[in-house]
Design a protein around this ligand. Structure first.
Ligand code: PLP
Length: 243
């Protein structure tokens, strides 16, 4: 079995190669290690290998995990700027906890969640970076705001006045599909949408384009991603599925 550091080196090489193919500089793309379902020790191993940005899916899961991270890692997290973002759906009754636990929330998809997060962040005296999650496939069960929904328009309009949050960009999860070109079409669409939104909402930042996971991060990079979210290819298969 390979070590975390070896798997990380392989992913790093693939990211660098995708950047070269796309004529992009390596430092335009950040790697987020998605540690959901993996124990605190897995995060510690990743930190030791140099990972500084993590994604977790559930408020409660990370709350427990954080408790079992060693004091050294927790101290290091503050010293070395380790960030853990929430990349799973956030319910509005968990916004206070989320604002406290995470250094960013990448899945905001409603005015209500944005307002509550902002309120919670203000109470903590912080400004929380957020991404707006966009739903590009029609599947009813999926989270995220639809590109031409009133909810999204209201969210972008309201966000500029919410002082506890700072919109940094958008993210999407493409529909499950074995054909990588499905993901490419999705990523291309999001990039073009965000260019339009950047014009329409000049008070917000749309710098961050979070797209690409273990199976399609190279396509994400080719289509302009600034943040790839990689779980399985770094930590191995998850023991149990995540809703
Ligand atoms: C689980 C998850 C990932 C990572 O998926 P892998 O295929 O394991 O790399 C990325 N983004 C989100 C939103 C996820 O829920």
């Amino acid at each position: 079995m390979s070590t975390f550091a070896e798997r990380l080196a392989i992913i790093e090489e693939r990211i660098a190669a995708a950047c070269r193919r796309a004529g992009r500089s390596r430092d335009e793309v950040r790697l987020m290690a998605v540690s959901k379902t993996h124990p605190a020790e897995a995060l510690e191993e990743a930190v030791a290998a140099g990972v500084r940005l993590f994604g977790e899916n559930r408020v409660q899961e990370f709350e427990r995990k954080k408790e079992s991270l060693t004091t050294a890692v927790r101290a290091g997290a503050e010293r070395e700027g380790i960030e853990v973002h929430l990349i799973g759906h956030l319910q509005s009754n968990k916004t206070a906890k989320a604002a406290k636990l995470f250094s960013g929330v990448d899945t905001v998809d409603s005015v209500k969640v944005a307002e509550r997060l902002s309120e919670a962040a203000l109470a903590l005296g912080v400004r929380l970076p957020i991404l707006v999650e966009i739903k590009l496939s029609g599947e009813a069960a999926k989270t995220g705001a639809s590109p031409d929904s009133d909810e999204l328009r209201m969210l972008f309009e309201r966000a500029a006045d919410l002082e506890g949050i700072e919109v940094r960009g958008v993210m999407t999860v493409p529909p499950l599909d074995d054909n990588p070109e499905t993901a490419r079409a999705c990523f291309r669409q999001l990039r073009s949408l965000k260019e339009g939104w950047a014009q329409t909402y000049p008070k917000l930042s749309f710098e961050e384009l979070s797209m690409g996971m273990s199976g399609d991060f190279e396509i994400g990079i080719e289509e302009g991603s600034t943040l790839v979210r990689i779980g399985t290819a770094l930590f191995g298969k998850r023991e149990y599925p995540v809703a």
